[in-house]
Each structure stands twice: as structure tokens, then as C-alpha cells.
Write a protein that binds this ligand. Structure first.
Ligand SMILES: Nc1ncnc2c1ncn2[C@@H]1O[C@H](COP(=O)(O)OP(=O)(O)OP(=O)(O)O)[C@@H](O)[C@H]1O
Ligand SMILES: [Mg+2]
Length: 322
């Protein structure tokens, strides 16, 4: 298993400047992506999913962000130590990123066809216009020929999102990171887009890391899932193991919300309270305040990660005491 690791994030810590203070929003992320697998990253808003994944491509230091520690190994090199030029040649070609904000990630002043061509050309890959149009159509952009000559502002959010996917797919990267790639897409197209992801994974062996709030997306697409909360990984394992037998009380609660929505219960189950603000994080389990199973020890330091069978990991004292 070890030699199949494509990406290995170890003990990643990221902070932002808030006024005079620096606050760590990603506190200790360990996360592996194996060759050819699809891994889902789930967790409530603010848990650190986007920040951790943009760090892979060296995009955190924009603004007040800083990587305080850790390693991000991709094919035997630590991406955090690579100079900008070396990272540039990896971005898009070996690791493609589909951003959470599909409109902002396109250049507003370039026609979309030109943008795709340029993005591919940077990596020394030549792709004919016909292939770009075919990829656009495959991704559900039926008027590909028309859209090719349009500017991003003339397109809907969903169309921009599909363009980003087309751009990522066309270079056939080793790893594709997709941050909420179906959030602006109609339910009718969602399955189609997910099938395209699955097809790329099966046909080219592209590993995919998909960030999503949607457990159905994870169930449909992923081999493994990682549950994040308060800048930490709380639980990790094969998708069926985690969704059918969640071990962390946080995962249990999240799944109760999803299941109550799916069966159409008259009063929907909701998780009480809100995730902690990064500047309120303490040296304790971040789920402590909301946890129905909390024990005295749970606020005495951040619980350690416990390894279980079948590559299962859970950050909970209960898992040790059971
Ligand atoms: N540029 C920034 N400056 C300051 N704080 C930031 C910045 N970007 C993110 N953060 C903070 O880092 C924490 C993690 O943010 P992140 O965007 O990774 O969350 P997320 O899990 O992706 O949430 P969502 O599901 O809403 O996309 C949040 O508390 C957020 O406010
Ligand atoms: Mg996000």
C-alpha cells in the first residue's frame, strides 16, 4: 500500500493573520491519496478543506496565509520546498485543481476557448480545437462551439464550473483536486459530471480528491472518505465503512442529518450548535462543545488519532476506550 501513495500530506499546519494575531486554521492534517483512487473530503463549512487542498499547489501564501509546518509529498518531492517555477510546471499538468469559485477562477478578459488553449499550451501539450470542443460537450456544454468564443461573464455559474472541469480534464493529470465541483450544477447534470469523473479515473487512472458537502456524492464516487472538523482530520476510512459504521460522534451526527433529509422526516434532524471559529479553538477536541458522547478527558488536549482495521483512523477517545 505504502508504495502506491501518490500524495502524502503530513502534519500540515496553516495559519492566517487576524489583526495582530496569527490563528492556526489547519492544525494537523495527515492525508494520503493513493494512485488511482477517489477520495472524498467532507466536513462542515470552515473546517479547513479548501485551505488544506490549495496548499498542495502552493496557493496559500496569497494574502496573509502561512504554512507553519508539515510536508506535502508528491511523487517523492516535497511540494512545500519546491521553487515557484517547479510548482508551476506541476500545476495543471500533473495536479489539476477545480476551484470552489468557478467564475473567479476564469480570466474575465479572455474568451474561454483561448483560455483553455493557453492553459494547455503552458505545459507544452498540444490539443486541437476539436478535442477541446469534444471535452466541453462531454462535460455537458451542449453549445460548445458557441461557448468557445464567449467571455466568462456571458456564462452562468454552472457553465463556468463545467468549463473548469473541462480545463482540468484535458491535460489528463495524475491527480485532480475538485473543490465542490457540482455545487453550481443542476441535479440532472450532477450525475453526468460525476460519471465523467469516474470515467477519467477508470480510463486514465487519475486519482481524484473531491471536496464535497454531499454524502451522496461521496457514496456514488469515492473509494475512501476523510471527515474534517476544526482544522483536523476526525475520521478516515473506506467509504462504506465510514458511512455505514461511523465511529466518530461528529460523523454520526452528520449522517443523522443527511438520513433524516433523505427519508423526508417531518421534523428534520439538525446538528445543534455551530462549528468553532478558528480564533476560539482550544487545546481540546474541537467537537467537544457539541458532542453528545463527550467525556471529561475530551477537553484535555487534542485527542490522538487511533488506527483501526482496514486503514480506518479516528480521532476520538471513545475509540480508545471502546
Ligand atoms: N484568506 C483567508 N484569510 C483569513 N482566514 C481564512 C482565509 N481563507 C480561509 N480562512 C479561514 O480558514 C478556515 C478554513 O477555511 P476553508 O475555506 O478551508 O473552509 P472550508 O472547509 O473549505 O469551508 P466551506 O465548506 O465553507 O468551503 C475558516 O475559518 C476561514 O475563515
Ligand atoms: Mg471550501
Amino acid at each position: 500500500m505504502e508504495d502506491r501513495k501518490l500524495l502524502q500530506i503530513k502534519d500540515l499546519k496553516i495559519s492566517f493573520a487576524y489583526g495582530q494575531n496569527r490563528i492556526q486554521v489547519v492544525r494537523e492534517i495527515d492525508l494520503d491519496v493513493y494512485q488511482g483512487e477517489i477520495v472524498g473530503i467532507l466536513g462542515e463549512s470552515g473546517s479547513g478543506k479548501t485551505v488544506s487542498s490549495t496548499a498542495i499547489l502552493g496557493l496559500v501564501s496569497d494574502g496573509d496565509g502561512r504554512i507553519d509546518g508539515g510536508e506535502i509529498r508528491f511523487k517523492d518531492q516535497d511540494l512545500l520546498k519546491l521553487p515557484e517555477r517547479a510548482l508551476e510546471s506541476i500545476r495543471g499538468k500533473e495536479i489539476a485543481y477545480i476551484f470552489q469559485d468557478p467564475v473567479a477562477s476564469l480570466n474575465p478578459y479572455r474568451k474561454v476557448g483561448k483560455q483553455i488553449q493557453e492553459a494547455v499550451k503552458v505545459h507544452g501539450i498540444k490539443v486541437e480545437k476539436e478535442e477541446i470542443l469534444k471535452t466541453m460537450e462531454e462535460i455537458g456544454l451542449a453549445d460548445a462551439k458557441l461557448i468557445y468564443d464567449m467571455y466568462p461573464f456571458q456564462l452562468s455559474g454552472g457553465q463556468c464550473q463545467r468549463l473548469n472541469i473541462a480545463m482540468a480534464v484535458i491535460c489528463k493529470p495524475k491527480l485532480m483536486i475538485a473543490d465542490e465541483p457540482t455545487s453550481a450544477i443542476d441535479a440532472s447534470l450532477r450525475r453526468k459530471v460525476l460519471n465523467i469523473f469516474r470515467g477519467i479515473n477508470e480510463k486514465y487512472g487519475t486519482a481524484i480528491m473531491i471536496i464535497t458537502h454531499d454524502f451522496d456524492v461521496a457514496r456514488f464516487l469515492c473509494h475512501r472518505v476523510v471527515i474534517m472538523y476544526g482544522g483536523l482530520v476526525m475520521e478516515e476510512g473506506e467509504v462504506r465503512d465510514v458511512l455505514e459504521k461511523p465511529m466518530h460522534p461528529y460523523t454520526v451526527e452528520l449522517l443523522k442529518c443527511v438520513n433524516s433529509l433523505n427519508v423526508g422526516e417531518s421534523s428534520l434532524y439538525s446538528l445543534e450548535g455551530v462549528p468553532p471559529n478558528p480564533y476560539e479553538l482550544k487545546n481540546e477536541c474541537p467537537f467537544f462543545e457539541r458532542c453528545k458522547q463527550r467525556m471529561d478527558q475530551c477537553n484535555q488536549g487534542i485527542p490522538p488519532m487511533v488506527n483501526g482495521e482496514n486503514n480506518r483512523r479516528v480521532r476520538c477517545i471513545q475509540a480508545v476506550s471502546n
